[in-house]
Design a protein around this ligand. Structure first.
Ligand code: FEO
Ligand code: CA
Ligand code: CA
Ligand code: CA
Length: 593
């Protein structure tokens, strides 16, 4: 196993060994600090965190719960400062509240949970000559968006009858964003945020489309439907259609209303990361995180305007409202050779070709039997109709800013090849897939608007000693083991970084870097591990700093606020708090240099 601090540029650190320690473990020579924790005040007037006297009012001005996606944007004119944006995916009431009665939550607890969802914008300050970051409380750009903030619906499905409710007869304004998982940062200075498992917040689903989206037919676990009728689909059947979108937020304009971009389709959006075409049009790659669901791209018909003038910003606000939405269909080139064990096919590689099937362009549907509005609101059904490839849970999908190649994290699929479920194919080659894989896609002519691509599996994750794993052809005795890849990021050298969710090898989740080109392609090294029960999210790899969101620490079966399973981050007797962590070198030099 690797013990050396050599490696590709950007990956020269001694890898962290797999472990189950209740802490964040970083490579030798590196230091860490907490950037911000759940409950820290960020808005003017918000009180300090008091776990025994938490209120919805306090939470609305404090950093939210369960941070997932992170973005750091430049802040011109304020030395050493950047704008941090974080998603707050979901709440875990059992860990948040002492004495929580899951059958009878109180209104205050429910309203705290509403306020702990959503997003935070918070300006952060660098410590002189270190990688440390700390929040600038009460900065005018700081902002909280929650489950009750106003969002504008834009694009071709805005105003559709499918999106109208008794509270919003025009189908154009939604309260709240829920289950914001990963996201993306646009070249025009906004962030995108994926609304993922929104189904869990809605009770009494009954339609076929509710079922396809996993909306249950009974009460919800959090019982929000008792406190706001819009969460009860018997009363408001269309409210659920107003969730499951990609949200766009301009963190530089605290008065701007964030938008849900309907042109990007509705599904369990994991993330959304744009790449620009040569003529300046954004192409956004997106995954639908569900077993046997699809991955997509959106190609805008409008060019980005450069600069930060008011006119440019107003124009760029419309880029994701016009264009074509596509879904991916993949074909392997080794028919008949995929045996479901992960054994490489006779041609030595899981690979093949693919096509992007257009689903809708503006008001025009390309799917027989569905209107364009139906394609956007029920995008999964459109993918079903056109025969898109059923993947092993597409999580983050991101293009390399260096090579343009697109990487798709397929996190796992316990049901692949099991009773009545689809069997293996060359892109999803293992039955009961526990560890996942990473697919590498090259658009034809390296043109992101292309309707065809080549693909191959870059990693087939799991124990390197297991013959059913593949590390891009690199010698497997020289890699760190990885399982359940989820979020994707790139460092300044073009190396791919992967964070994991659900390590099925018995160790804690972590963050890994791997070279994608050159002689060391496939040499994968673990950079950090996270505490008990946590998932590693939101990685950002800057020259001198790595940022991760440590999500749901202590989330272990049977754990509670009274009996925590983790003492992170503040030690025994203190509440477990999801937090953002910065990692940097003690000598102040660049990461992995
Ligand atoms: Fe929220 Fe697909 O992870
Ligand atoms: Ca092949
Ligand atoms: Ca995720
Ligand atoms: Ca995940």
């Amino acid at each position: 196993r690797p013990g050396r601090a050599d490696g590709a540029r950007g990956l020269r650190f001694a890898p962290v060994a797999p472990n189950t320690d209740d802490k964040v473990t970083v490579p030798e020579g590196y230091a860490q600090s907490i950037v911000i924790r759940w409950g820290e005040p960020i808005l003017r007037g918000a009180p300090a965190f008091d776990p025994d006297r938490q209120s919805a009012k306090a939470q609305a001005g404090q950093f939210g719960y369960n941070n997932d996606f992170l973005s750091l944007l430049p802040l011109r004119g304020e030395h050493g400062r950047q704008v941090l944006v974080a998603n707050h995916e979901y709440t875990d009431e059992v860990l948040m509240f002492k004495g929580y009665d899951s059958e009878n939550p109180t209104r205050e607890q429910v309203e705290i949970a509403w306020a702990a969802h959503g997003l935070s914008v918070v300006v952060v300050q660098e410590e002189h000559r270190s990688g440390k970051l700390s929040p600038v409380t009460r900065h005018p750009l700081n902002r909280r968006l929650t489950a009750t903030s106003e969002f504008e619906l834009t694009g071709p499905a805005a105003g559709s009858e499918l999106l109208r409710t008794s509270a919003d007869r025009f189908g154009r304004t939604v309260l709240g964003t829920l289950n914001n998982c990963a996201g993306g940062t646009t070249p025009w200075g906004t962030i995108l945020s994926g609304e993922e498992n929104f189904n869990q917040y809605f009770a009494n689903g009954s339609s076929a489309t509710d079922k396809r989206y996993g909306v249950g037919s009974g009460a919800t676990e959090r019982k929000w439907e008792r406190f706001d009728r819009r969460f009860d689909l018997k009363q408001e059947p269309n409210e659920v259609h107003r969730h499951g979108w990609v949200v766009e937020l301009d963190p530089y304009d605290p008065d701007s209303m964030p938008a849900k971009r309907t042109a990007l389709g509705r599904f369990k959006h994991e993330a959304a990361q744009p790449r620009l075409t040569d003529d300046g049009r954004p192409v956004v790659y997106m995954g639908d995180d569900e077993r046997f669901d699809y991955f997509y791209k959106f190609v805008s018909s409008k060019r980005m305007k450069k600069g930060s003038s008011r006119a440019a910003r107003e124009h760029n606000r419309t880029l994701l409202d016009e264009g074509t939405l596509y879904v991916a269909k993949l074909t392997g080139d080794s028919p008949g050779e995929i045996d479901g064990t992960g054994k490489l096919p006779n041609d030595g590689e899981f690979d093949g070709s693919g096509v992007w099937i257009p689903l809708a362009t503006g008001d025009v549907s390309h799917v027989p039997g569905m209107t364009a509005e139906e394609v956007y609101v029920f995008t999964r059904l459109a993918g079903d109709k056109v025969g898109a490839t059923k993947m092993d849970r597409p999580e983050d999908v991101e293009p390399s800013p260096r090579t343009g190649r697109v990487y798709v994290a397929l996190t796992n699929n316990s049901k692949r090849g099991t009773d009545g479920n689809p069997g293996v194919d060359e892109a999803n080659p293992r039955n009961s897939n526990k560890h996942g894989q990473v697919l590498e896609l090259a658009e034809h002519w390296d043109d992101p608007t292309s309707d065809g691509f080549a693909w191959r599996l870059f990693l087939v994750a799991g124990d390197p000693d297991d013959p059913a794993t593949y590390y891009a052809g690199y010698p497997k005795d020289k890699v760190s083991p990885i399982s359940c890849p989820d979020n994707i990021a790139f460092d300044p050298y073009g190396n791919l970084w992967l964070s994991t969710d659900g390590n099925a090898l018995g160790n804690h989740d972590g963050l890994f870097g791997v070279a994608t080109h050159g002689e060391r392609r496939g040499e994968l090294k673990q950079f950090l591990t996270v505490p008990t029960g946590a998932e590693t999210c939101g990685p950002i790899i800057q020259d001198r700093r790595v940022l991760v969101a440590v999500q749901h620490p202590g989330e272990v079966d049977g754990a509670s606020a009274e009996k925590p399973a983790s003492a992170w981050p503040d030690g025994p007797g203190k509440p477990v708090r999801p937090s953002v962590v910065a990692v940097y070198r003690k000598d102040g030099r660049d990461i992995g240099a």
